[in-house]
Design a binder for this molecule. Structure first.
Ligand code: GDP
Ligand code: ADP
Length: 195
């Protein structure tokens, strides 16, 4: 596959992926493009259909999966999520570096494809801090919060396995985590320009 290598951002829900990503896209317009996933979860206040996610139904999404329209899909906290082929192609068509935000199941499935991205894990400093950030975000019900914390424990264990991620960033101080991410992505975009 030609063009710059895509970037996969993963890590527990609440680790700070969206915060880092949004800032990155804003500070570097015309460099990175977000792969807009499909999901069956409800939009949160401020989320835009087609920008944050393609919000859809289980039936419509399953039909797309059956038709081979998805690179990967997974069940997370009672909802379906997935990356369509079109989501990645749309970014590539604009010659932007494609950034994907997927859970650990997505990471494992993408490894079976020929996408060949750089895998970055964003991790919280501790489970306690993660729980506090998720509660303060005020987007989850107690049930979905508990499901996210359970998934986070699994994610934090699996992320320690050697070879799963190229880089792990601990998002303790936001500024430091952002600088670290920028440094890594600078290398990716510098490589891309050399191509
Ligand atoms: N496998 C997979 N995971 C996704 C996709 N899009 C989002 N996710 C993951 O789904 C999880 C839940 O995302 P979301 O509902 O936006 O909640 P948040 O992470 O708490 O903001 C996160 O771990 C995301 O990385 C996707 O297309 N595929
Ligand atoms: N370094 C940080 N310090 C304190 N709060 C943070 C930090 N990074 C993110 N947050 C906050 O934590 C919450 C979860 O971050 P978010 O970007 O939504 O995580 P994710 O996309 O990984 O689920 C948000 O309310 C965000 O403002």
């Amino acid at each position: 596959m030609s063009g710059p290598r895509p970037v996969v951002l993963s890590g527990p829900s609440g680790a700070g992926k969206s915060t880092l990503l949004k800032r990155l896209m804003k500070d570097h317009e015309g460099v990175f493009g977000f792969s807009v996933s499909h999901t069956t979860r409800n939009p949160r206040p401020g989320e835009e259909d087609g920008k944050d996610y393609h919000f859809t139904t289980r039936e419509a999404m399953q039909e797309g999966i059956d038709n081979g329209e998805f690179i990967e899909n997974a069940e997370f906290s009672g909802n379906m999520y997935g990356t369509s082929k079109a989501a990645v192609e749309d970014v590539r068509a604009k010659n932007l570096i494609c950034i994907l935000d997927v859970d650990i199941q997505g990471v494992k499935r993408i490894k079976e494809t020929d996408l060949d991205p750089i895998y970055i894990s964003i991790q919280p400093p501790s489970m306690e801090i993660l729980e506090k950030r998720l509660r303060d975000r005020q987007t989850e019900t107690e049930e979905s919060l508990q499901k996210r914390l359970e998934a986070a424990r699994i994610d934090m264990e699996l992320s320690k396995e050697p070879g799963v991620f190229d880089i792990v960033i601990i998002n303790d101080d936001l500024e430091k985590a952002y600088e670290e991410l920028k440094e890594i992505l600078n290398e990716v975009s510098a490589d891309a320009q050399k191509l």
